[in-house]
Ligand binder design. Sequence first.
Ligand SMILES: [Zn+2]
Ligand SMILES: [Zn+2]
Length: 381
Amino acid sequence: MTRRFGAAVLRSHESRFAVEEVILNAGPADGEILVRIAGCGMCRTDLAVRRSAGRSPLPAVLGHEGAGVVVETGGPDTGLSVGDHVVLSFDSCGHCRNCLGAAPAYCDSFASLNLFGGREENAERFTDAAGGELAPRWFGQSSFAEYAMVPARNAVRVDSSLPIELLGPLGCGFLTGAGAVFNSFGLGPGDTIAVFGAGAVGLAAVMAAAAAGAVAVAVDRHPERLALAERFGAIPLRAGSAELPSQPELPSQPDLPDRIRRLTDGGAQFALDTTGSARLINDALRALRPTGHLGLVARLHTTLPLEPGALDRGRRISHICEGDAVPGLLVPRLTGLWQAGRFPFDQLIRTYPLADINEAERDCDAGRVVKPVLVPERTSG
Ligand SMILES: [Zn+2]
Ligand SMILES: [Zn+2]
């Protein structure tokens, strides 16, 4: 069955998004579902496509924090029914060693499935109104659209009483910050964590730390973001302008690690860097107590120099992808915490009509919004 609907198409790395009609030329294959998107978060990884040096194929429909309602299922084995509310997460193959080991974020095929082209099978089903091919789905979904065709494996069923249009970021950004705290660090009461960067991922980590009964210090240079971090239970710590990630040649503010050590009884047990700034990563290591663990979630674009002694005394550093999460386990945990008032992620969200996606990108780039969520208007049944 052919279905025509509105979607935000990105045609080149420089162009603006264009909301236009696209066409799906077939219904769901075995193991797939068609989802009517209620809302889709905008994540840094969507915008990084502009700097992907052509590795992510265009034209494409981006968007990988979708949530919505199942309108068709393919085959008997999706485990989902028409009308189910679902949060969509990243794609994974399901049969490599890491998928079998409940670590789907480290799937052998993660980059190809999510970032660099998607599943090849049935790719030609998705075209623009003139019949021009669009890239196979992005992160297994391509949710800046009214509809998304998704492997059922990527979809997590959620309670239909939840505000479905706001839940999409639980599939990536909020999952990343909260998963680092719950899964990678196993934070518990009395633990200490320093969070560098109070954006969507960092603030989700702050909320999760508070929910776990831990002490969090949040470092950022924007007072309004620190105010949010404080509202969610963190000790705010203003980084000076010398710590702007965009000015890596400037020297560090010498007392930042000292200030964190003083606030955490001699050093934080855990630190989470969301900035990718080499200097802040070194500051984070210096703020750790012996045996402390620093997790990185941003993609590094340069060699990472470490100061002498940075990893002494059992300190360690690791990269964390998608919060080490199995989405089917973590997403329901986060919605449960939200219902209990202990993970108020909705306070980080501003909704935009899908037609205003370029404005959402501008606001995101300028730091005027923590988490934009694009809401499609219905132009088709
Ligand atoms: Zn896999
Ligand atoms: Zn993301």
